[in-house]
Design a protein around this ligand. Structure first.
Ligand code: PLP
Length: 419
């Protein structure tokens, strides 16, 4: 009888066996990744789908170059915010007609915050979290400039979320997965508590869409926003998306009243009248050059079973954490990602006093993770492009860099570079 010890489960052979049995392994070939790099930053800028080149070439040579303005109809450009929105909708649990692709996540936050306030005009508080991604909180400050009397309260600084849920609260805006620790909210349970206080729930899905199945409709979410360039592989600055639950389409008003949110844009009326459905959340002309890579990435994502993505994501994280656990205490690494899979997204994060130099050393040796101030090493786990053996090698290299002290050759100072 063969007895498998826990050490065996963490061996390179076990990782190879897991890759051989991985139902998503064949998808990796749909992406271009540089040879020799272990890319653990797909949660910040997703890998390049091979189909992007051909889609861009068609857009440039045929749709723009030959058909010119006819492509707004002939190539369906005018409908892309909705057709691509519905394709993202499948990944985030939104029935059709509730998601549009447009603008950036920051701009879309402004729109949904203002829309939520328009539905709760008697209330003057927006609640978020002190640890939220800064742009989310900054956008509330921007909305407040236009709405004197609006108060921003931050859970984790002003109190706990439940304590802040008073009857003055118009909206609670949370990022489902914390960008530093990877900790995940229970969207359905938190949304229910927000609704019990009479407020509306706005969810930022930047680290959710493409990382695990999201169920916006089932959770009763009111609004959501997110990026396409992280787990969804739509390229640097790829367009964002916005979800508004159908029940709000009639009454919610957003202040970026551009012509494409008008009920009849081509009537060229003098006064603004909001469109009936999700279209009222559009503003100006969609950027077809930025939509093209998203279409190519969705050609891959359309075929993906999100429950398989989640299963692999959990297994990759378990392997990563278990392997680091073997040397973490000796080297002062502390796992800040929840150990319970249900409480995390698809990244693992550790604190270390020399986190910045360590990340520089890893990158120099082909393991691309990132640093988040003040002391976090962050590793994104993207199940479509990562193999179990990649996790095995990345953690072996991390251990070796720590054992050998090679990180000392790297500056501990963060310059002005993007990390
Ligand atoms: C990445 C990220 C953003 C980015 O917003 P942009 O407008 O695309 O720059 C916003 N919110 C969260 C939580 C993010 O992680």
């Amino acid at each position: 009888m063969v007895i498998t010890s826990s050490a065996d489960a963490l061996s390179r052979e076990a990782a190879r066996a897991a890759d051989a049995a991985d139902p998503l392994a064949h998808i990796r070939g749909a992406f271009d990744l540089p040879e020799g790099t272990i890319y653990l930053d797909g949660n910040s800028l997703g890998a390049l789908p091979k189909g992007v080149r051909a889609r861009l070439a068609t857009l440039v040579d045929q749709e723009w170059g030959r058909d010119l303005i006819a492509s707004w109809n002939k190539a369906g450009w005018m409908h892309k915010p909705f057709t691509l929105g519905d394709r993202i909708g499948r990944l985030i649990g939104a029935a059709s007609g509730q998601v549009v692709v447009c603008d950036s996540t920051s701009v879309n936050l402004f729109k949904v915050l203002a829309a939520a306030l328009s539905l709760r005009s008697g209330r003057n508080v927006v609640v978020s979290e002190a640890g939220n991604f800064p742009t989310d909180v900054y956008m509330v400050e921007g909305v407040a400039q236009l709405k004197p009397g609006l108060v921003l309260e931050l859970a984790g600084r002003d109190g706990t979320l439940d304590d802040l849920l008073t009857n003055d609260v118009a909206a609670v805006m949370l990022t489902e997965v914390d960008f530093r620790s990877g900790a995940r909210h229970d969207m359905a349970a938190v949304t229910a508590r927000i609704h019990a206080a009479g407020a509306l729930a706005i969810w930022d899905l930047a680290h959710s869409a493409g990382a695990f199945p999201v169920a916006l409709d089932a959770a009763g979410a009111d609004f959501a926003v997110g990026c396409s360039y992280k787990y969804l592989n739509a390229g640097p600055g790829g367009p964002a998306y916005l979800y508004a639950a159908a029940r709000h389409h009639g009454a919610a008003l957003q202040p970026l009243t551009g012509w494409l949110g008008h009920a009849d844009p081509f009537a060229f009326d003098v006064g603004f009248r909001p469109a009936a459905g999700i279209a009222r959340f559009l503003c100006g002309t969609p950027s077809m050059l930025a939509f093209a890579p998203l279409e190519a990435s969705l050609d891959i994502w359309d075929r993906i079973d999100m429950s398989a993505v989640r299963a692999k994501s959990v297994a990759l994280a378990e392997l990563f954490i278990a392997r680091v656990d073997r040397f973490a205490a000796k080297h002062g690494l502390v796992c800040v990602t929840p150990r319970e899979p249900a409480h995390r997204g698809s990244q693992v994060a550790f604190t270390h006093a020399q986190a910045f130099a360590l990340i520089r050393a890893l990158i120099a040796e082909g393991v691309v993770g990132d640093f988040r101030a003040p002391d976090i090493l962050r590793f994104g786990l993207t199940p479509l492009t990562l193999a179990y053996e990649d996790v095995w090698r990345a953690t072996a290299i991390l251990e070796d860099i720590l054992d050998s002290g090679r990180w000392r050759a790297h500056s501990a100072e963060r310059g002005t570079e993007v990390t």
